[in-house]
Write a protein that binds this ligand. Structure first.
Ligand code: 13P
Ligand code: SF4
Length: 343
């Protein structure tokens, strides 16, 4: 658990003052913290009253992470937190597919989504009908879906993966024919990694991309390395293979944080959403971030105002609803991920 019940503006400012990323989005003065604190304290009180927890993805704005978040992490860690929490209500500050994952695993709990922009370019790139068509075309393949998919798409697939476990799970699946969807860049990274591991896998992949991660260009790495010869380049597997090949470390958002913990390097180029860079500035003030990061409009559409509203006065659209048949099929797909992660 991250938050205490009541905080002062000064305490909030101490938590946020080192953060300076994403243009004006993530810059905090004491005055800004004075404006934020009444909202934060009201949310934390309501949470206790309503037996609710707030799960927050690392890409969401820092005032949410460090003001009201009970759990913060990557999509794999958050899906485990959703499974383990005793709270009756889960407010999922992230994107809809992550809230759906929480509901799939906790059908008896209320799951509320405070994001005002509904979407993710990966989750929106494929629907259930398209998966059914692909399954007919490739009947011998095991269908592996990235967690960035809707509940309906998960319900049509065999195994779900996250950026934290995709390579190990695909290697462990007892079928050499794998259809990976929807991220083509992660699919291309997967093909390369299976070759590197000498795993006998024939991997086909779909054509989706994340608009935030596909932006990065190998020239940026070249330029930064000229200017900062000791820099460590850290990228997410949703980036192009040309980027991952030139990186010192590739992993999920939590694995990137862990990498920072274990290396003595001082300068980093983080090729992922700005929210993670903000966390790094807060948690590792002695390390320096160079270059720039990119913003995900869907993650950044979570606000303290929306969190307060969904807790106080939820509307039908704020709840995650999934038909029971779809939920059970999607649950199998997610449980297969837990099975392969533990095997
Ligand atoms: P993680 O699984 O690393 O949290 O990433 C989720 C995501 O949406 C990345 O763009
Ligand atoms: Fe989706 Fe990309 Fe945003 Fe992640 S960063 S939620 S993959 S659009």
């Amino acid at each position: 658990m991250l938050v205490a019940d009541h905080i002062t503006a000064q305490e909030l400012y101490e938590r946020l003052k080192n953060i300076k990323v994403g243009g004006s989005v993530c810059h905090y003065s004491l005055k800004k913290c004075e404006e934020l604190v009444p909202l934060i304290n009201e949310i934390n009180e309501l949470k206790r009253e309503k037996n609710a927890v707030i799960l927050v993805h690392s890409y969401v704005s820092p005032e949410i992470i460090y003001g009201v978040g009970d759990y913060v992490g990557d999509s794999y860690a958050l899906s485990k937190n959703a499974l383990e929490t005793d709270a009756g209500t889960i407010v999922f500050a992230a994107v809809r597919f992550m809230g759906e994952t929480a509901k799939i695993l906790n059908p008896e709990k209320e799951v509320l989504i405070p994001a005002s922009l509904d979407g993710c370019t990966l989750a929106d790139s494929i629907n259930a009908k398209q998966v059914r068509t692909l399954r007919k075309a490739y009947p011998e393949f095991t269908f592996v879906c990235y967690i960035n998919t809707t509940a309906e798409v998960k319900a049509e697939c065999d195994v779900c993966v996250t950026s934290a476990n995709v390579y190990d799970i695909v290697e462990n699946i007892p079928n050499d024919k794998i259809y990976f969807l929807p991220d083509q860049l992660m699919g291309r990274n997967l093909v390369k990694e299976m070759i590197r591991r000498k795993a006998d896998k024939h991997v086909r992949y779909y054509n989706g991309t994340c608009y935030v991660h596909e932006e990065y260009d190998p020239d940026q790495i070249f330029k930064i390395r000229l200017e900062y010869p000791d820099v460590k380049v850290v990228s997410h597997p949703e980036c192009k293979p040309e980027i991952c090949d030139q990186s010192d470390f590739v992993g999920s958002t939590s694995q990137m944080l862990d990498y920072m913990l274990t290396t003595t390097a001082k300068e980093f180029l983080m090729l992922t959403e700005c929210g993670l860079s903000a966390r790094l500035q807060q948690e590792f003030p002695d390390k320096r971030l160079v270059g720039s990061c990119t913003l995900c409009r869907y993650m950044k559409s979570n606000t303290l105002e929306n969190i307060l509203r969904v807790l106080k006065n939820p509307m039908p659209i704020d709840y995650v609803h999934i038909g029971e048949e779809t939920r059970q099929k999607a649950q199998k797909c997610i449980e297969a991920m837990f099975h392969y992660t533990n095997s």
